[in-house]
Structure formats: structure tokens, C-alpha cells
Design a binder for this molecule. Structure first.
Ligand code: NAG
Ligand code: NAG
Ligand code: NAG
Ligand code: NAG
Ligand code: NAG
Length: 428
């Protein structure tokens, strides 16, 4: 999310495991539809050491993704919808030495090296007859048949001329990424199917300019699961369209992210994957994010910070908080220290991993396991580990944290448009 030690995406993608479902009719009944997800890798190398460059690249991708979300929110609704203190920051760019290092690494690795895959990958079909793609979930885009660049060579490409249901829309789609490249192209509507869940007249982009950073990414494109207000195209995202057309009964979806068996569940939650009730928290959907107010974080059962906002984002790996807040958090952890040369990251003694838990309102403490808090050894032979909570100004607002899948892997997460709520439940 994605996504791979690739420079860019950290969005959700569905797995190739979903392919056999493509084109299947929607499953009738009260249950929703389960889509298997492929594991996202960590920032820990084979030697157990923290992969600093991959983490920096991921952080920059996260900054730029949320920068783009703010640009979209401003275009769609206006800056008055921003969180207090939110701002569109300058495009974050990857230092050239890191870019060079990652490029070298990419060239040395086979194209579909799963260990290099830090996104959640899956499949969709577009058009009539269906053209298949492996995608990320964000604003929906896929490569165009007109894309002749070398980056597009390994990708599935969409040809609107071969789909009887494709309709060209005026305007263009464009996103800038931190490696100096842009993804852009024409806008179409067509039928989009994910695991049998169909959305007709779904807006998406067919890109003709594709960043070289996508070459190593096994995904072809991207599809989104947030609110329409942060849609780049200013249109309803896939799930909103599919629900409005009755393709799923419940206007909600659930995520189970784990080392294996990860899935996205469309149209409700998968009760087989959690125990007890889901603890729901009403979100402030003004910002267009899945943003829960009233958060607290504890270190070993002692409150470290209270009363902040949290955006829950399956498309991000790491947990990010405002610089000062994250510094305060680590000041509660003896032996912790900033990681030199990697802004915002901290280490802690591996042998005494703290119990870090987030809670909302009067809800339960949702603890992060020692494994999920750990991005790897500070260096080979070190007794310090790098924490999965990093201080970073993403521009989302002065008291806004972004909790990625380092948090989500500890819980079952329900995203409920109907109740405007995010819920957490205990894993089985
Ligand atoms: C929701 O967020 C907006 C800013 O994005 C803020 O103005 C508003 O007061 C918030 N509402 C609640 C109920 O917290
Ligand atoms: C589709 O057809 C039009 C008109 O013939 C042509 O200009 C365009 O290049 C075609 N697009 C693709 C992707 O082949
Ligand atoms: C998860 O995958 C690993 C490696 O493939 C395997 O050894 C393990 O048994 C799997 N665990 C479960 C619960 O399926
Ligand atoms: C927190 O708890 C862990 C595990 O019980 C322990 O190793 C660590 O020393 C504790 N840290 C603090 C700051 O109390
Ligand atoms: C939608 O939410 C309302 C409460 O906000 C609830 O009463 C209703 O049952 C929900 N509908 C579905 C389909 O979950």
C-alpha cells in the first residue's frame, strides 16, 4: 500500500486470490462478500533489520497521498472542510540517494517478487466484455491501451474501444508523486466488478502517463474506499456506487489484516473473524476521512496522550502522529531515542517492548502487539528496535494521527457509511 518497497503507493490492493470470483454474480442473502488480500510486507529486511530507505519512501508516499486527498477535498468541498491546522504541504520528494538505492534494488529483483510487495493486492474487471486488472484501492485508475511507455509494458491495459459500456468523460485525472513523476490520463465511466460486486457507470481514469516507480509494482491500478469528498475525480468511489445500485445490502465493509488469511469484506463484517460486539465510534466525516475523534493512547496502561483525532487508513503501513505528540509518547518509554537520519522514527529496547494501546471515549484499550509495534532492528546486532509509530506532519491537522495497518492488524475493523462510524472488535 499499499504499498511494496516501491516508492509510491501505500493503498489497499486486492489479491490475485480474488481472480476466480471475477464476473461471478453477487452473492444473494444477508452476508457480504469476502475478498482475500495478499499480505503486505513489513519494513524489516530478511536480516531482521529495519529497512530505513523503504520506510522513508513509504512515509513520503503517505505524505503525498494525503496531500492529494486534501487537494481533492479542497476541490470538491472547499478548504473550510479541513481539520483545524490542516494544510496542503509542498509535495514531499524522495532524496536522490534513496531513490537511486531503491531503483537499484528494484532492478535487481524480479518484477513480481512478493517479498517486495507491501500492498494488499487484488483484482477487478472493467468493461463489457470484462478486462481484468490487479489494483490498489484508492481513486480508481488503470493503465490505458494508449500508454506506450516502458512502465506500462508489464501492465494490463484498458481499451475503451473494446468495451461496449465504456463512456468517455470530459476532463483529465492527474496525481503527482514524490519521485517527480505524475500519473495522468482520460476519464471514463464503465461497469466495474470486484469479486462479483458490480458498479455500473463507475468513473475511473485510464492513465497514459505512468510513473516509473510503478514498474516494479505488480498492481496495475488503484481503487478507493473512502468518502466521495476526497475522490480525485469528484465522483462516487466504487463501493458507494455499488451500494447505491444494490450490489451489496449493507453500506459497510470490514478489514481483517494479518500475516495470512487477510480479507476485505464488502457489505458488512465477517463474524467468523472476530469475537464479541464491534465497538463503534461515530466519525467526523467532514474531512472525508475515516476519522474518529476523542482518541487516547496508553503506554503500559498509563495515559500518555488524550483527546486527539485518528484517521484509520488501511492504505498506510505505519502509524503517524504529530511530531510533539509522538515525542511525548516515546518519552514514556525508557531507553527510547530518535533514529538518527530518519526523521520522525524512534527506537526502543527490543527486550522491553512497551504495551501501547489506543482507545476512544469510554471504549476498550486496543493494544498493539510487540510484533506489530516493531519495524525491525535498528541495525544488525542492535538490541534496539524501530517503533511503528512515527512523528510526521502529514498536513492532516494539528491533532490528527494516521493509524495504518500496524494498528489495524491488532483488531477487526468495520468501516460503516450507514452509521458514519468506524468499529473495532477483538480478533478470534
Ligand atoms: C468535524 O471537523 C470539522 C473540521 O474538519 C470541525 O469544524 C467540526 O467541529 C468537527 N465536528 C465535530 C462534531 O467534532
Ligand atoms: C479508440 O478509437 C479511437 C477512434 O478510432 C482512436 O483514436 C483511439 O486511439 C482508440 N483508443 C485506443 C486505446 O486504442
Ligand atoms: C501462515 O503462513 C505461514 C507461511 O506460509 C504458515 O507457515 C502458517 O501455517 C500460516 N498460518 C495460518 C494460520 O494459516
Ligand atoms: C512495559 O511493559 C513491558 C512488558 O511488560 C516491560 O518490558 C517494559 O519494561 C514496561 N515499560 C515501562 C515503561 O514500564
Ligand atoms: C443503518 O444505521 C441505522 C442506525 O444509524 C440502523 O438503525 C440501521 O439498521 C442500519 N442499517 C443497516 C442496513 O445496517
Amino acid at each position: 500500500m499499499f504499498t511494496k518497497s516501491s516508492v509510491l503507493l501505500f493503498y489497499l490492493i486486492l489479491t490475485a486470490g480474488a481472480v476466480p470470483h471475477l464476473g461471478a454474480p453477487p452473492i444473494e442473502g444477508l452476508s457480504g462478500i469476502s475478498i482475500p488480500l495478499r499480505k503486505r510486507s513489513t519494513f524489516t529486511g530478511a536480516d531482521g533489520v529495519f529497512d530505513k530507505n523503504a520506510a522513508i519512501a513509504a512515509t513520503i508516499a503517505t505524505q503525498n497521498k494525503h496531500r492529494q486527498n486534501l487537494i481533492n477535498l479542497q476541490n470538491n468541498k472547499g478548504a473550510s472542510f479541513f481539520n483545524p491546522g490542516a494544510a496542503i504541504l509542498p509535495l514531499a520528494t524522495l532524496p536522490v540517494d534513496i531513490l537511486g538505492d531503491l531503483k537499484k534494488k528494484r532492478q535487481a529483483e524480479p518484477l513480481t517478487d512478493e517479498n517486495d510487495d507491501v500492498e494488499w493486492a487484488g483484482s477487478i474487471a472493467i468493461g463489457t466484455p470484462a478486462q481484468n486488472f490487479v489494483i490498489d484501492f484508492d481513486n480508481l485508475w488503470v493503465p490505458s491501451a494508449s500508454c506506450s511507455s516502458s512502465t506500462c509494458a508489464s501492465k494490463a491495459k484498458f481499451n475503451p474501444n473494446s468495451s461496449t459500456t465504456a463512456v468517455h468523460r470530459p476532463g483529465t485525472f492527474s496525481i503527482e508523486y514524490g519521485d517527480g513523476s505524475t500519473v495522468s490520463g482520460a476519464v471514463y465511466t464503465d461497469t466495474v466488478t470486484v469479486a462479483g460486486v458490480k458498479a455500473t457507470n463507475q468513473a475511473f481514469s485510464t492513465v497514459t502517463t505512468l510513473s516509473t516507480s510503478f514498474a516494479q509494482n505488480p498492481a496495475d491500478g488503484i481503487l478507493g474506499m473512502a468518502y466521495p469528498s476526497i475522490s480525485n475525480l469528484g465522483e462516487n468511489p466504487f463501493f458507494t456506487t455499488a451500494h447505491s445500485e444494490g450490489a451489496v445490502r449493507k453500506n459497510s465493509f470490514g478489514f481483517f489484516l494479518a500475516a495470512n488469511g487477510s480479507e476485505l469484506y464488502l457489505g458488512g463484517t465477517n463474524e467468523k473473524l472476530y469475537s464479541g460486539n464491534i465497538e463503534y465510534h461515530t466519525i467526523n466525516s467532514t474531512s472525508g476521512f475515516w476519522q474518529i475523534p476523542g482518541a487516547s493512547v496508553k503506554v503500559n496502561s498509563t495515559a500518555a496522550l488524550t483527546g486527539f483525532q485518528t484517521v484509520i487508513d488501511s492504505g498506510t503501513t505505519i502509524m503517524y502522529g504529530p511530531l510533539a505528540a509522538v515525542q511525548t509518547l516515546y518519552s514514556n518509554i525508557p531507553g527510547s531515542a530518535p533514529v538518527e537520519s530518519v526523521n520522525g522514527f524512534y527506537s526502543f529496547p527490543c527486550a522491553s517492548a512497551p504495551k501501547v494501546a489506543f482507545s476512544w471515549g469510554e471504549g476498550l484499550d486496543w493494544e498493539i502487539t510487540a510484533a506489530n509495534l516493531n519495524l525491525g532492528l535498528l541495525a544488525a546486532g542492535s538490541s534496539d528496535c524501530v517503533g511503528a509509530i512515527s512523528g510526521e506532519d502529514l498536513g492532516l491537522g494539528s491533532d490528527v494521527w494516521l493509524l495504518g495497518d500496524s494498528f489495524m492488524k491488532n483488531v477487526y475493523t468495520a468501516f460503516d457509511f450507514n452509521q458514519s462510524a468506524v468499529g473495532f472488535a477483538a480478533l478470534i
